[in-house]
Design a protein around this ligand. Structure first.
Ligand code: PPE
Length: 318
């Protein structure tokens, strides 16, 4: 990891190496945590956090779905994040807020174990690589189904739930693919291990609906709006597995990965085996939105006061 100076932990700014937890923290044993993945981009008007308030609102919803009471308000977390970016002197980075049941009580109904919170920030390049973003990646449909609403909560971004994503990711990586595509319990297309999915069929932009056990992705929501604004028809409907192979184009999208074209699924090349026209059109606009180059989407950006320049050592004058 690319280390920076400070991590925000339970209200304090602590040194990166001092941000520790007790080994009997509840979240470590049972996965009782909720988190977010957010990005800050360097724009012409200074550093800007993409859809910051939307991410914090989802964090609050994830916490509430698991009966975890956040000890800080979204506004407090937002202010802490701005301050953390300034103090670390960062202009662009990944932002990871995490709330988890901490140390104090074991067992499954550990109401007295306190909820702890951290916000960490670090420079993180495109999750599936810059080349993947430009040339497209190879994906494999996972033998693992995405967690269903009968046992867990696909709408929540909860730590323990990621064991499901990790199984899928590990299987695809071990088989030599860059990403896994998970089907839902019913066998319809759901999403990538950490990204939502879009399929282009007969010129229409198609993406699985909420009932297909997807995470309600913020990049997904942004792309639906961008695609409609660009004049495409966007349809939220169930997608059959074979439609992945028959699609003209497929792309994955998430905060860490950004928009990544898929050029091959289960060894079936898509289109011409390179990113298609609609994908690259939407990708260009999405990147404009991230980097503050699209006036119409400026409201998605939460601008951060430019970080203080690192102080030059003061000269001692005799
Ligand atoms: N589905 C899943 C399962 C998921 O984890 C993410 C984000 C998305 C969809 C896309 O959601 P959004 O970022 O709001 O557009 N995954 C985060 C964590 C990735 C990781 O490996 O860690 C992220 O992209 O930050």
């Amino acid at each position: 990891m690319d280390q920076v100076d400070l991590i925000w932990q339970n209200g304090d700014f602590v040194r990166w190496e001092d941000a520790q937890v007790h080994v009997l923290s509840h979240g470590l044993h049972y996965g009782t945590g909720v988190f977010e993945g957010i990005r800050c981009y360097e724009t012409e008007r200074g550093p800007a956090i993409f859809r910051h308030r939307d991410h914090l609102a989802r964090l609050e919803r994830s916490a509430s779905l698991y009966y975890l009471e956040l000890p800080y308000s979204a506004e407090e977390l937002r202010a802490a994040t701005h301050e953390l970016l300034r103090r670390n002197g960062l202009k662009s980075c990944y932002i990871r807020p995490l709330a988890f049941r901490g140390y104090g009580e074991m067992g499954l109904y550990a109401k007295s174990a306190p909820i702890e919170m951290i916000i960490a920030v670090w420079p993180w390049g495109a999750y599936l690589g810059d080349e993947g973003k430009r040339k497209g990646i190879r994906a494999k449909v996972s033998s693992w189904r995405r967690i269903g609403p009968g046992g867990l909560i696909p709408h929540a971004k909860a730590s323990g739930q990621y064991l499901n994503s990790i199984l899928a990711k590990t299987e695809s990586a071990n088989a030599g693919y860059e990403e896994a595509i998970l089907l839902d319990e019913r066998g319809f297309v759901c999403e990538g291990s950490g990204e939502n999915i879009f399929v282009i069929r007969d010129g229409e932009v198609v993406t699985p609906p909420h009932v297909a056990s997807i995470l309600d992705g913020i990049s997904r929501k942004s792309v639906i709006q961008i695609a409609r604004d660009l004049g495409y028809t966007v349809v939220e409907r169930d997608i059959a597995r074979a439609e992945l192979y028959l699609a003209e184009e497929v792309f994955l999208i998430g905060t860490a990965a950004e928009l990544v074209p898929v050029r091959e699924i289960d060894d079936h090349p898509l289109g011409e085996g390179k990113p298609g026209e609609i994908t690259t059109h939407i990708q260009a606009k999405f990147e404009d939105a991230l980097y503050g180059r699209a006036e119409e989407y400026l409201e998605w950006l939460d601008f951060v006061e430019a970080p203080a320049e690192v102080d030059a050592p003061s000269k001692v004058t005799p």
